[in-house]
Design a protein around this ligand. Structure first.
Ligand code: GUN
Length: 304
């Protein structure tokens, strides 16, 4: 039997733990922790993410602002917005939603965020703190994965963990966090040879590639823990037939599209000892960890 790792449950636990910390910050400072989310351009997925982030902040009583600009914003314009947020006493966390329009220098923008307000954990300063094992703000999605593993009491230390994907947002920080938990890590990417064989060596397999159900049966060691960070939409019947079993295929036919991760759902359920479903696995954790990072940033800034 395969254990389904329920990200919604873990998210709710983390949100519950956030509440008294917010109350304590308000008691000490007279204000709630503050989060600013900057959205540039008209990426519809980003707009949904930002809405969900501010909705969760609202629900927890975290002060939130969405700063929305159209795609004509320049790099200098964005840097000015970030500089203003850096200087504000009532803003503890700043997040610049990615991807930014192509003409904006994303590296410059991420570098401009004050490290102590960098609730995404993307600033090189926080990346360095993570890689040297010092306290700092950690990227939300990979730290959410660690929360799921820990709360389900899945041992990490000494195990072979394979991360597929080397993005700055997920793959690289995921590998560093697993290393910090004393896993033996392998990071795979598009140039990795014999990928399926390397993945089959994994006791913990993390898929963060962004390719629809690319990880199939031959990549999964029977009994492995499989964490699917992917979030892809299946829109054609041809692809649905490749990806889904009969029950999900019927659901696809009803809805016309379905979400799927980077791992073929049926293969994962058959072979893994435990796995995160899509949706309802890793996804819900990203926003919960953002809320926790905002609270942590606020606590450090006010000396709690
Ligand atoms: N785009 C996709 N994921 C993320 C994230 O975690 N943070 C930001 N800022 N942008 C993203």
């Amino acid at each position: 039997m395969s254990l389904l790792l329920n990200g919604n449950l873990v998210r709710d636990q983390i949100k519950t733990e956030c509440r008294p910390r917010i109350t304590r910050i308000i008691a000490k400072t007279g204000r709630a922790p503050g989060l600013a989310v900057v959205l540039v351009g008209d990426n519809s997925a980003s707009a949904v993410y930002v809405r969900n982030k501010t909705k969760t902040a609202e629900e927890l009583g975290i002060h939130h602002e969405a700063i929305v600009r159209d795609a004509s914003l320049t790099t200098e314009g964005l840097l000015a917005i970030v500089a203003d947020l850096n200087s504000r006493g009532d803003i503890d966390g700043i997040l610049v939603q990615l991807p930014l329009p192509a003409h904006i220098d994303s590296q410059k923008a991420l570098l401009a965020v004050a490290p102590e307000k960098d609730v995404d954990g993307f600033h090189p300063c926080n990346v360095g703190l993570l890689s040297t094992g010092r306290p700092g703000l950690r990227p939300c999605t990979p730290s959410g994965v660690i929360e799921i593993l820990k709360r389900y009491e899945i041992p990490i230390a000494g195990r072979n963990a394979v991360v597929v994907g080397r993005s700055d947002i997920v793959g690289k920080p995921m590998a560093m966090l697993l290393l910090q938990e004393n896993a033996t890590i392998t990071v795979c990417h598009s140039r990795t040879r014999h990928l399926a064989g390397v993945c089959r060596g994994a006791e913990i397999l993390v898929a963060a590639i962004g390719r629809t159900a690319m990880i199939t049966e031959e990549y999964i060691r029977p009994g492995a823990v499989v964490i699917d960070v992917g979030m892809n939409t299946v829109r054609t019947r041809e692809e649905a037939e490749r990806v889904f079993d009969a029950a999900r295929l019927a659901e696809f036919d009803k809805r016309g599209s379905l979400l799927v991760g980077d791992v073929q759902p049926g293969a994962m359920a058959r072979l893994a000892s435990a796995y995160t479903p899509v949706p309802g696995g890793v996804g819900p954790l990203t926003i919960a960890m953002l809320m926790r990072n905002t609270i942590e940033a606020a606590e450090r800034r006010v000396g709690l």
